[in-house]
Design a protein around this ligand. Structure first.
Ligand code: GTP
Length: 597
């Protein structure tokens, strides 16, 4: 198709503002789906898609529409809707020339509206603001327009009013897509460069790569190579999702589609990588490739150690479908064999965890998530520390660094005080505060990722009666006063319980852990000290009292010397046990300590 008649775009929105419904409406308008399919919420329904054999989720749908007597190809590229996947979002956006920024006109601008708008602006996309749900009685388009103006500099004249529910305004929206969004740049005569913006694994076909052809064209049977990882393949199938898989012999410059090339594992394909011709390669890859960065780590142990092989197989399968998830064998004297797993963020972790449980029926003991740290060694090397056990000796550490994020919270102004207080408790430093309108504000903070990754969002929601929304993006690693705390049970360090925390919270955190441990470990026949140590120095202690077997109860009568003898023996017995016996810690105890963050 003529380049001038191609439009590549994404839809970005805060969760629930109507992204999927608008996508379906556009597809309905273009005849890509029927009225019945529309009502089944096509793009969102995994089961439905499986039934129709389209595999999991079409990340790009090609539609054709007639507009003012001409035929246009519209490629709608889907973006993952969460901050954990912001790199993937940015790659999907670079595959486009424009983005629809959808805002629920009853809810107004929310944290992810702003975060997504920035991502699109950073990729130099043309933005079409869409006020959705104008059919709702609570719709307040004027307020939303004011907010868009204040925060993003968007003017009223740019906004399109839509009800994705009734279909009102969808014609105007399609008109705006064609009139306002630029066509792809003309690089028809250059060497092949195609960007991979997503990929998924299909049991029958292997890896399906989604790509945007930026220059040249790609053909069936062609030998291609991935420029960052260096692997080469022969293209066995090309096509587009319309939304069913629709084969093509060639994908031309500016087009979007899928490629199958007998690729066996998702780890062979990197989002952001550039595909070129093996025989006539482009000089350079497209800019912006970054390897996935795991920011959150957690250990998974099977509750039944006999489930270890089953768990290993399950993780291997999961990794096949998800190239940003990593796992390494881990052996803890306390919990046995398990895996240390790396995730892009907390939501990513929850997705993997749910799939592990739902699809594999394995009972799992999971340690509380921790972030990844960085150490600058005295010899000048920088390395990542994903687990306290990887920390070098103190004398070898020049600088200990933790990840910081830019945190944005949008809330009604009455909650400023509450949110400030919460942020302060979490070592957040307040930055800009901007009014969206007369009633709502956006506050920015610089926050340590470790402080917000676990339960911050739930606490924020609770403290603001559900009104606040938040989003964050990684800023980088910075020096911080961090320490490793060790937990000693009966004077023995339990590696699975070691954790890295800020020095100021070391004692509180350590105390919390040993208090929970004390409650969860049953009394033994001897006294069990529980200690918290930082750098070998004990900073807190609790004791689990022993059962005191009353061995003298049988000795009635007044033979005091005999009584003393027996008591002495018992004491020695206790000592012996103390020095030889390790404490039996029930797994439940670990769960309660590890899960509580
Ligand atoms: P996520 O996929 O969860 O991010 O949500 P989304 O942004 O894709 O929103 P979705 O399209 O699933 O819509 C969220 C809810 O709003 C659904 O219950 C829709 O039926 C409803 N909705 C979407 N558009 C409209 C609209 O124009 N009017 C009304 N009244 N409801 C709408």
């Amino acid at each position: 198709m003529n380049l001038a008649n191609i439009r590549n775009f994404s839809i970005v929105a805060h969760i629930d503002h109507g992204k999927s419904t608008i996508a379906d409406r556009i597809m309905l308008h273009a005849g890509a789906v029927t009225e019945r399919e529309f009502h089944n919420q096509l793009l969102d329904s995994m089961d439905l898609e499986r039934e129709r054999g389209i595999t999991i989720k079409a990340s790009a749908v090609t539609m054709y529409v007639n507009y003012k007597g001409e035929k246009y190809m519209l490629n709608l590229i889907d973006t993952p809707g969460h901050v954990d996947f912001s790199y993937e979002v940015s790659r999907a956006l670079t595959a486009c020339e424009g983005a629809l920024l959808v805002v629920d006109s009853a809810q107004g601008v929310e944290a992810q509206t702003v975060a997504n708008a920035y991502l699109a602006i950073n990729e130099d996309l043309e933005i079409i603001p869409v006020l959705n749900k104008i059919d709702l009685p609570a719709a307040m388009p004027e307020t939303v327009i004011e907010e868009l103006g204040n925060i993003l500099g968007i003017g009223q004249e740019e906004c399109i009013y839509v009800s994705a529910k009734s279909g009102k305004g969808v014609d105007d929206l399609i008109g705006a897509i064609i009139e306002r969004l630029p066509a792809p740049e003309d690089h028809i005569n250059d060497k092949l460069q195609a960007m991979v913006f997503d990929s998924h694994f299909d049991e029958y076909r292997g890896v399906i790569c989604y790509l945007r052809v930026v220059s040249g064209s790609i053909k069936e049977g062609q030998k291609i190579s991935f420029m960052s990882c260096g692997h080469s393949y022969t293209v066995t199938e090309l096509g587009k999702f319309t939304p069913k898989m629709d084969k093509r012999k060639e994908l031309g410059c500016g087009e979007v589609g899928y490629m199958i090339a007998n690729i066996k594992s998702l780890s062979d394909v990197r989002v952001g990588d550039t595909i070129t011709s093996l025989d006539e390669p482009a000089e350079e890859p497209l800019p912006g490739y970054e390897p996935p960065m795991q920011m959150v780590f957690s250990d998974f142990y099977p509750a039944q150690s006999s489930d270890y092989p089953k768990m290993k197989a399950a993780f291997e399968r999961l990794a096949l479908n998800d190239s940003s998830f990593t796992f390494f064998p881990q052996n803890s004297p306390a919990l046995g064999f398990g895996f240390r797993c790396g995730f892009l963020g907390l939501l990513h972790m929850e997705i993997v965890q749910e799939r592990l449980e739902r699809e594999n029926d394995i009972e799992v003991i999971q340690t509380s998530p921790s972030v990844s740290y960085e150490v600058l060694s005295t010899s000048g090397e920088i390395f990542k520390v994903d687990s306290p056990s990887q920390l070098p000796e103190k004398s070898e550490i020049e600088e200990f660094r933790e990840p910081f994020v830019k945190l944005e919270i949008i809330m009604p102004k009455d909650y400023i005080g509450t949110v400030m207080q919460l942020a302060e408790q979490r070592r957040c430093v307040v930055g800009k505060t901007e009014y969206l309108g007369s009633n709502r504000v956006m506050m920015q903070f610089k926050a340590p990722l470790a402080e917000i990754v676990y339960d911050f969002y739930d606490i924020l929601k609770g403290a603001t009666r559900g009104y606040a929304t938040m989003d964050y993006e990684l800023l980088g690693f910075e020096k911080s006063d961090l320490v490793k705390i060790d937990i000693l049970v009966n004077k023995v360090e339990v590696d699975a319980l070691s954790t890295i925390v800020h020095r100021d919270s070391a004692e509180t955190r350590g105390r919390k852990m040993i208090t929970r441990l004390r409650q969860a470990i049953p009394r033994q026949q001897f006294e069990v000290p529980l200690q918290v140590a930082v750098g070998g120095k004990v900073i807190a202690r609790e004791t689990i009292k022993a059962y005191r077997k009353d061995v003298t109860s049988k000795l009635y009568g007044g033979d005091i010397t005999r009584k003393m003898k027996v008591l002495k023996k018992q004491k020695e017995g206790k000592k012996r046990m103390k020095s030889v016996a390790s404490v039996q810690i029930p797994q439940e105890a670990f769960k309660s300590v590890l899960k509580s963050g």
